[in-house]
Design a protein around this ligand. Structure first.
Ligand code: A5P
Length: 225
């Protein structure tokens, strides 16, 4: 039998916990990454009567493999719930996402959902966002210009990933360090021509964060409205 690491145990506990929010008849957004993977596997075991929208090719393959129906976003239009991981979560429940390069589709899917549930192990909880480089998907033509604008906005360094997103676009990672006001930075990034989508998900998108520790103890942090 394969021994699971402490982090893997936590990811599994958080991911499986969120599968319980999914009920028959729902339209469900499936995120990308090693935590929500456990949600998808749990749903595959249970086989609820649901239709899903996947946030990446990788997730679509996994979901179909475990027997879930995956459709294009416009087939459902709106979703009852979306479940996804995050790279960082601050106390207000602002997020950084996109470590796996899927944040553009992830944001589209989260915005389609009535409830956006985030699943993380407790290492993702931070006092301030920013230690994790901020992923920014751009159009190829504008990559250099956007990188310069990111430096103007305070990024100490900007690197371009070798791999393209599922949308065929380059992804930049911007080292902002601590981000004191994530919604304000998010608004500035949206205003840069050539930016397709950035990895700040502001707290207003989030319904709750499911957090698990290494001993598989799960708690929910619900956003105060
Ligand atoms: C994918 O692009 C990301 O937004 C993931 O949701 C995020 O990186 C969390 O992934 P893990 O659950 O693998 O840490």
């Amino acid at each position: 039998m394969v021994e699971l690491s402490a982090v893997e145990i936590a990811k599994q506990a958080a991911g499986r916990h969120a599968a319980a929010f999914v009920e028959d008849g729902m339209g469900v957004g499936l995120g990308t990454g090693s935590t929500v993977r456990h949600t998808i596997i749990a749903l595959g075991e249970r086989q609820p009567c649901i239709r899903c929208v996947a946030t990446s090719e990788q997730t679509a393959v996994l979901a179909r493999d475990v027997g879930l129906e995956v459709v294009a976003p416009e087939v459902l239009g709106r979703l009852d719930i979306a479940v996804d991981g995050a790279d960082e979560v601050d106390p207000a429940l602002n997020l950084i996402k996109g470590g796996g390069g899927a944040h553009t589709r992830e944001k589209v899917v989260a915005a389609m959902a009535e409830r956006f549930v985030v699943v993380v192990d407790e290492s993702k909880l931070v006092d301030r966002l920013g230690a994790f480089g901020l992923p920014i998907e751009v159009i190829d033509f504008a990559a250099g210009v956007v990188a310069a604008r990111l430096r103007d906005l305070g990024a100490a360094g900007v690197t371009r990933r070798a791999a393209l997103s599922d949308n065929g676009n380059p992804i930049l990672d911007a080292a902002f360090g601590e981000i004191p006001d994530p919604p304000a930075l998010a608004a500035r990034l949206c205003a840069i021509p050539g930016v397709v989508e950035h990895g700040i998900f502001t707290a207003d998108m989030v319904e709750r964060v499911v957090v698990s520790s290494a001993d598989a103890r799960v708690r929910e942090i619900v956003r105060e409205s």
